[in-house]
Design a protein around this ligand. Sequence first.
Ligand code: PDD
Length: 280
Amino acid sequence: MRELANVNGAICALEDAVIPAEDRGCLFGDGVYEVVRAYQGRLWGFRRHWKRFQRSLREIDLQPANLEEIRGWIEETYRSSQIPNATVYFHLTRGASPRSHAWSDPLNPSFFMSVRPFADRAIVAGVKVQSVPDLRWRRCDIKSLNLLPNVLAKQQARKLGAYEALLVDNQGNVTEGSSSAALAILDRTIVAPPQAPSILPSITREYVEEIAVALELAFQQRWLSLAEFRSAGEAFLAGTSDEVTGITHVDGQAVGSGEVGPWTREIQKAYRERIEQRRD
Ligand code: PDD
């Protein structure tokens, strides 16, 4: 087992990875990324992540000629790490050039990837979330490297003793977490925000929508105000890293019983089973 990196096709130990200082990812956040989990030696949901990655690239007008080769690098680097349960991060930036907002073609896009183990959480106790104004740009459907508002929101939540920030837009509606989707359950209905440019199309949420059918829960897309979200019977986060994590408190106020709700546990269980059965 080795923590590995891949920089433009070259695999190295993660601590030895070096990126040029004038990389536009570093100067401008000019690039897009994905976070994928691997379970028991296999990349989970990779096809879906790859599709979203390609969409993000198109949306920022970054079209590398060697996309298929990059896909091969990801698979090969993960295999070489021999880390069964891993978090795989990768990004592509518009490459390195003297700092100037506009770019001139042709550029040489720059790839970076890391593979690290993660500790498998057998029991998810549930988490507290803290509402924070959503100060992000209007294209959060693009998984861009510009994460400053997300980082600041998460930090603010942590300072206040919460695990995740619950982002609230100008209309007072809950958009998502700083690095997760946020869903509520009201009367046997999972409620998620409509797929809009103001939220990331979460892959874990997609799985939850599919699981809802099997559990005979309705799945509805509509905006929830912070007050509605807070007063839901159950609420949970969904994301590659958080999987399905129950929300016990919003702004210090208990959601439902103040413990992870029974439907949330069913969804967690079903998600885990899908992973074990490799049904991605
Ligand atoms: N975050 N919303 C935001 C803003 C996110 O950053 C993420 C994922 C999600 C959940 O998406 P998915 O189910 O596809 O992982 C929703 C990753 C894990 C991260 O930035 O670390």
